[in-house]
Design a protein around this ligand. Structure first.
Ligand code: AKG
Ligand code: FE2
Length: 297
């Protein structure tokens, strides 16, 4: 057995749940640094942990990306790939990971200045893609994502040392208030909820379908929700939500007939590259937690 001598700013997966105040900035670029995000929007992001953009991509572009999503989820080779996660009940494709690597169309989206430029501005450096995925959420019973902080997983299982990552969720179908849209607790990104319980081996195989290790208790979620409230994100196809890596967030099932399909891209600062996991027996596969830290150009 080896002893981990690194400083761990965010202890998690121990004997008991515990709260650590955030040790990192939310906005990493110096005040006044140029970029596509307006000053007041950066301030809102700092305060709330998220930023909504009404139209990040045009309706014409939505059509292109949506067609690519359809192509990927109906391709039997993609379905059989380990990058695809299948809903246990309906046997439909739930997510496809690493879409920026398996699809030129999504690769273009990642390096689009409207996308990567915002990530660079928030993180104050060059950035690489830690993870990308499409979340399909078809109608008639697709299951949701239980409450979690992405950073809790990325720290514990992928070894991201600091809170210096940001996600963008771009809607490829309309996000109604009924079809399982994203919910965030505003301001929850300022404290880190370390979860109780050791990480089992190959946890990701189960956690991608249903979270278990890394899941907050009912008591902690009640406290957080009482303190911060819960905001539901709705918007037309082409709208986007940027959110900090440590936001407490989740989404409900989609029992409507209307699919809620999004593309997610997670940017991490090149100065915050993944190390060894802080609280898991082994690294997750690279299609979930990248080890190629080449900056997006
Ligand atoms: O958009 C959703 O339903 C939430 C997805 C999510 O939290 C994730 O992919 O980490
Ligand atoms: Fe998440």
């Amino acid at each position: 057995m080896t002893t981990d001598v690194r400083t761990d700013l965010y202890p998690t997966r121990g004997a008991a749940e515990m709260i650590t105040p955030r040790q990192d900035p939310v906005i990493w670029s110096p005040p006044g640094a140029p970029g596509p995000v307006a000053v007041k929007d950066l301030q809102g992001f700092e305060r709330d942990g998220f930023l909504g953009v009404d139209q990040l991509i045009t309706p014409g572009e939505v059509a292109v990306y949506h067609a690519e999503l359809d192509r990927l989820i109906t391709d039997p080779v993609v379905r059989a790939d380990e990058r695809s996660i299948i809903e246990p009940k309906s046997q439909k494709v739930r997510s496809v990971f690493e879409v920026h690597r398996i699809s030129e169309v999504f690769a273009r989206l990642v390096s689009d200045e409207r996308v990567v430029g915002r990530a660079r501005q928030i993180l104050g450096s060059d950035v690489y893609v830690h993870q990308s995925r499409i979340n399909v959420k078809p109608g008639f019973g697709a299951s949701g994502f239980y409450w979690h902080s992405d950073f809790e997983t990325w720290h514990a299982e992928d070894g991201l040392p600091n809170m210096r990552a940001v996600s963008v969720s771009i809607a490829l179908t309309e996000n109604h208030d009924t079809n399982g849209g994203l919910m965030i607790m505003p301001g929850s990104h300022k404290s880190f909820l370390g979860c109780a319980g050791e990480t089992p081996k190959d946890n990701y195989k189960k956690s991608l379908k249903m979270q278990d290790a890394g899941t907050p208790s009912d008591e902690a979620l009640t406290k957080l929700a009482d303190r911060h409230g819960i905001k539901l994100f709705t918007g037309k196809a082409g709208s986007a939500t940027w959110f900090d890596c440590n936001c407490m967030h989740g989404s409900g099932d989609n029992i409507t007939p209307y699919p809620r399909s999004n593309v997610f891209i997670v940017f991490n600062s090149v100065e915050n590259a993944a190390e060894e996991p802080f609280a898991a027996p082994a690294r997750r596969p690279e299609f979930i937690g990248a080890r190629d830290f080449a900056p997006v150009r």
